[in-house]
Design a protein around this ligand. Structure first.
Ligand code: AMP
Length: 427
C-alpha cells in the first residue's frame, strides 16, 4: 500500500513554514504587548470536556469529534477547539489570581471530522486568547482590538469585522421562545439537518449554510432585538470602545457562533476574498457561564480563535509579502573531498561554538553545483576547503551576496572569521 497522510491533513514545509512562523511570531509579539502569557494543554481530553461545553446539540459534538476509547475504556477526544481545554485547565490548576483578568494565549492543532475542502481540514491549527475573570466591556473591546491588530500587522487591508450580542441567558430564553414560534410553521421548508437541529438545539439552525434555510432565517426574529437593558447597555459600551479605538465593524444581527457557550458580545473576522462558505479567518466572544458550568467559580470570560492555515492561505492568495525576522548570516562550507571534510570538522566546531549558523556539503558534488546550491538556499557566505587550504592553513571566505572575499589565517586569526561574518548580520 502506498502510504499517504490521512484525508484532511497536511504536511507543512518549505515556504509555508516561513509564512506560518511569520503568523505565529506576529501573534506572539502582539500577545506580549497586551500582557498575555502562553498556556499549553493536551491535544486530547476526556470527551465530557467538550460535550459539556461546546454543547450536545452542536455539529461539532454531534458529528465532528474524533472520539475513541483508550485501553481502559475511557472516552477521549482529540480537541476540536481550544477554549474548553483551557477552561478545564484553569479550573483544575486553580489558576486564579487576585488581579484578574487572567490573560492566556495558545497555539495548537485542532481536529474536526469535517468534509475536507479548500480552507477546511480535519487537522488544522489555531492560535487564540482567553481573557478570564472580568465582565468589563472594555475587555471585550480589547480582545477585538488584539484580533484587529494581528490581521493589520500581517498586512490585510480589506477584512470585515462582524459583531453581535447574544445577550445573557435571560435574553436568550426570550429570544428562543419567539424564534421557535417563527420557525414552527416553516419547519417543513428547512433541510433535514436543520429540522433535527431545531428539535435538539434551535439556535444551531443559524449554523446552516444552505441557501434555502438561510432565506428563511433572513426574516426571522433576531437575537439582538431581545436584549435586556443591561445587555443592551453592555453591547453599546463595547461598540463605543471600538469607535474610540477607530476599529471599523459591522453589526450582523444574524451572527450566531457555532458553540453553545457564547453570551453577550460575539464577533467574527471574514474576508470576501475567501471562498464564500469558508470565509471566516477567526472569531470569538464572551462566555460568562462556561467556567461555572464546568465546575469552576463564577468567572466571566471572553476570547477568540484564529485559523492559522486559512490565514496563511489568504496571505498567499493576496500575495501579501512579509519581512523575514532579523536573522544571522548563514555560512556554507564546501569540502572538496573526504579528507577536506574531516579537516573541516574543526572549523565547523569553532563556528558552531560561536553560534554561527553553518553547514557543510555531506555528499561531494562538483564545486559549481555546490555554490549554486548555497545561493539557492539563502546562504550568505561560502568557505571552500581543498588540499591547498589544508596545506597553507588559510581560508577564503566568499560573501556570495555582496561578491566580496576575504583571506584568513585559520590557526592564528580565528576571530577575524566572526568579525567578517558577524559584521554582515542581515536584518
Ligand atoms: P471556530 O473555532 O469554529 O470559531 O473557528 C475559528 C477559526 O478556525 C475559523 O475562523 C477558521 O479560520 C479556523 N477553522 C475552523 N475550522 C476549521 C477547519 N476545519 N479547517 C481549517 N480551519 C478551520
Amino acid at each position: 500500500m502506498k502510504l499517504s497522510s490521512p484525508r484532511g491533513t497536511a504536511d507543512i514545509y518549505g515556504e509555508d513554514i516561513d509564512y506560518r512562523n511569520f503568523i505565529i511570531n506576529t501573534a506572539r509579539k502582539i500577545f506580549e504587548i497586551f500582557n498575555y502569557s502562553e498556556i499549553i494543554t493536551p491535544a486530547f481530553e476526556y470527551t465530557q470536556v467538550f460535550s459539556r461545553s461546546i454543547g450536545e446539540g452542536t455539529d461539532i459534538v454531534q458529528k465532528e469529534m474524533y472520539t475513541f476509547m483508550d485501553r481502559k475504556g475511557r472516552s477521549l477526544t482529540l480537541r476540536p477547539e481550544g477554549t474548553a481545554s483551557i477552561v478545564r485547565a484553569v479550573i483544575e490548576n486553580k489558576i486564579y489570581s487576585e488581579n484578574m483578568p487572567l490573560k492566556l494565549f495558545y497555539i495548537g492543532n485542532m481536529f474536526r471530522y469535517e468534509r475536507p475542502q479548500k480552507g477546511r481540514m480535519r487537522e488544522f491549527w489555531q492560535l487564540g486568547i482567553e481573557s478570564i475573570g472580568t465582565d468589563n466591556p472594555v475587555i471585550d473591546a480589547e480582545v477585538i482590538w488584539i484580533l484587529n491588530s494581528f490581521f493589520k500587522k500581517l498586512g490585510f487591508k480589506k477584512l470585515i469585522l462582524l459583531v453581535n450580542s447574544m445577550g445573557c441567558s435571560r435574553c436568550r430564553e426570550k429570544f428562543l421562545a419567539e424564534f421557535k414560534k417563527y420557525i414552527k410553521p416553516e419547519l417543513g421548508k428547512l433541510c433535514s439537518d436543520c429540522q433535527n437541529r431545531f428539535e435538539k438545539n434551535p439556535l444551531r439552525v443559524f449554523d446552516c449554510k444552505k441557501n434555502s434555510c438561510r432565506s428563511i432565517l433572513d426574516s426571522s426574529p433576531e437575537v439582538s432585538s431581545y436584549l435586556c437593558s443591561e445587555c443592551k447597555e453592555n453591547f453599546k459600551e463595547v461598540l463605543e470602545c471600538l469607535k474610540i479605538l477607530k476599529i471599523k465593524y459591522r453589526t450582523d444581527k444574524n451572527l450566531v457562533r457555532g458553540f453553545d457557550y457564547y453570551t453577550k458580545t460575539i464577533f467574527e473576522i471574514i474576508s470576501e476574498d475567501l471562498y464564500s462558505a469558508q470565509n471566516a479567518l477567526g472569531g470569538g466572544g464572551r462566555y460568562d457561564n462556561l467556567i461555572n458550568q464546568l465546575g469552576g467559580p463564577e468567572l466571566p470570560a471572553t476570547g477568540f480563535a484564529v485559523g492559522i492555515d486559512r490565514t496563511m492561505m489568504l496571505m498567499k492568495q493576496l500575495n501579501l509579502k512579509f519581512t523575514k525576522l532579523a536573522r544571522k548570516s548563514r555560512v556554507y562550507l564546501i569540502a572538496m573531498n573526504k579528507n577536506c571534510q574531516i579537516y573541516s570538522l574543526d572549523i565547523l566546531k569553532y563556528l558552531r561554538e560561536m553560534e554561527v549558523i553553518c553547514d557543510i556539503n555531506f555528499n561531494n558534488k562538483n564545486l559549481k553545483k555546490e555554490i549554486k546550491w548555497a545561493k539557492d538556499n539563502n546562504y550568505d557566505f561560502i568557505i571552500i576547503i581543498g588540499e591547498d587550504e589544508i596545506n597553507s592553513g588559510s581560508l577564503t571566505i566568499k560573501d556570495i551576496k555582496k561578491f566580496k572575499q576575504y583571506k584568513v589565517d585559520w590557526k592564528n586569526q580565528k576571530d577575524k572569521i566572526i568579525e567578517i561574518i558577524g559584521a554582515n548580520d542581515y536584518d
